[in-house]
Design a protein around this ligand. Structure first.
Ligand SMILES: [Zn+2]
Length: 439
């Protein structure tokens, strides 16, 4: 916490705050991590999907040691684990809180040579990114900017993403550790920390060792604007539609060749336009024809199905099969097969039995002088996997916006306030002073 940040507190803060600032500011820490390329890749069999993720992992191992963390361990699938020992007498009676962030950045946008720009004392205008002036973070598209006048906005230069998703989460967690180290008077139980690879392709969390992590409740610090707490994720399925044709030499193909590409195109053209990611928001689900391959003999289309209710997914699945029947009628010589697999489930199924997780986060957010909003995340995170593997996990804000894009941004206040919320959260879970017990 800087002196400025302490002065920034509202009256809703009921506890004495950290007296000493961290050895390194959360902004400086974040800028260091953002400079390291950790872009992950889809459809790679190895974990991590890109070797560069090891660079950040090894750095974090060193920094955790330097910050006094115990049991620091880098697994052979590039998960960094560490533990911060409790500083209270009855630590065994207090739940171990897990804090998790991911090291990789999205496969879709370059994360190499990220050039972080700090727009000091932002005055409320559109932000034109210098290396590509077509990249404009406009107030119209980002109304949150209206509340950020006077803050220092943090962006990339227009050629890459920023990587606030999720290096902000890493910087915030480690700055919290730094502050706890400087301020032994802040009571906390044992804190389990993990930094994971390949959150974006979704493969990194598969090898997460929940038992070794040994937390009884956890938070991913991987959400968006200040105050957002996510207690729901999608129910998600993946449909693979395979179109089988017949190939032959095109010079002698008359009456023989059956081109599956046309059937795929017909199928795509029949998908309802009002059920796509680009045409839905709020609690409405979508179907997302995300990728595929086209060849005469076989074309494959991969479609993501998303809804907050399983009934909604069932309806989407029926719709996709109905469309297959229509395409089959038009292309009777093409074989069409649909395979649907579950990707992940809505964390609310489990979290509804652990209301304290959200309550703690709401209280910590209030104590940081912010307004908490509990919302459904139009996505899934590592937390969904953990929640269904015995570790109930809620996702918390990072202060970041416009994830997976060159217009991604965060701010000094975003990073500092999230850190402050985490410092309150560990105290609340420890039940110290006016803290509350937790499940
Ligand atoms: Zn993320």
């Amino acid at each position: 916490m800087s002196a400025m940040d302490l002065a920034d507190q509202t009256t809703s803060v009921t506890r004495p705050l950290a007296q000493r600032p961290p050895a390194e500011s959360v902004v400086a820490r974040f800028v260091r991590y953002a400079a390291i390329d950790t872009q992950s890749a889809e459809d790679v069999a190895t974990v991590p999907s890109t070797p560069t993720q090891w660079d950040l992992a090894r750095l974090l191992v060193d920094e955790l040691h330097a910050l006094g963390a115990q049991e620091v361990w880098l697994s052979d699938t590039c998960v960094v684990y560490a533990s911060i020992p409790a500083n209270i007498d009855d630590a065994a009676a207090v739940p171990v809180i897990g804090l998790i962030a991911h090291m990789d950045t999205a496969p879709a946008v370059s994360g190499a040579n990220v050039n972080v720009i700090i727009h000091s004392d932002y005055q409320g205008s559109d932000i034109v990114l210098p290396r590509d002036p077509t990249q404009v973070i406009s107030v119209a598209a980002n109304p949150v900017l209206k509340d950020m006048v006077g803050d220092d906005i943090i962006t990339a230069d227009g050629t890459t993403l920023l990587g606030s998703d999720d290096k902000a989460g890493i910087a915030e967690i480690l700055t919290m550790v730094d502050v706890l180290r400087q301020n032994a008077q802040i009571p906390h139980g044992t804190i389990a920390i993990a930094f994971t690879p390949d959150e974006e392709p979704g493969s990194g969390i598969e090898m997460f060792d929940v038992e070794r992590f040994a937390a009884s409740l956890a938070y991913t610090v991987d959400g968006e604007g200040l105050g957002s707490i996510y207690n729901e994720s999608w129910h998600a399925r993946m449909a693979t539609v395979t179109f089988t044709g017949r190939n032959t030499h095109p010079g002698a193909a008359k009456g023989i060749l059956v081109n599956s590409v046309f059937a795929l195109a017909d199928y795509v053209s029949r998908l309802p336009r009002d059920m796509l990611p680009e045409t839905t928001d709020g609690r409405d689900g979508f179907v997302h024809p995300a990728r595929g391959t086209i060849e005469v003999a076989e074309s494959v289309l991969v479609i993501g199905l998303r809804d907050f209710e399983t009934g909604g997914l069932d309806a989407q699945e029926r719709g996709l099969r109905d469309i297959a029947s229509e395409t089959r009628e038009r292309f009777p010589d093409v074989g069409i097969a649909i395979k649907v697999e579950e990707s992940y489930r809505n964390i609310q199924e489990v979290l509804k039995d652990h209301p304290r997780l959200v309550d703690n986060a709401v209280e910590a957010t209030r104590r940081a002088g912010l307004t908490p909003t509990v919302e459904a995340m139009r996505g899934g995170t590592d937390g969904a996997h953990l929640t269904f593997h015995g570790l109930p996990t809620v996702d918390l804000f990072t202060g970041g916006h416009n994830f997976h894009s060159k217009q991604e941004f965060n701010s000094r206040r975003g990073l500092e306030k999230t850190t402050e919320m985490l410092i309150h959260l560990v105290q609340i879970v420890a039940g110290g002073a006016d803290g509350r017990a937790s499940d």
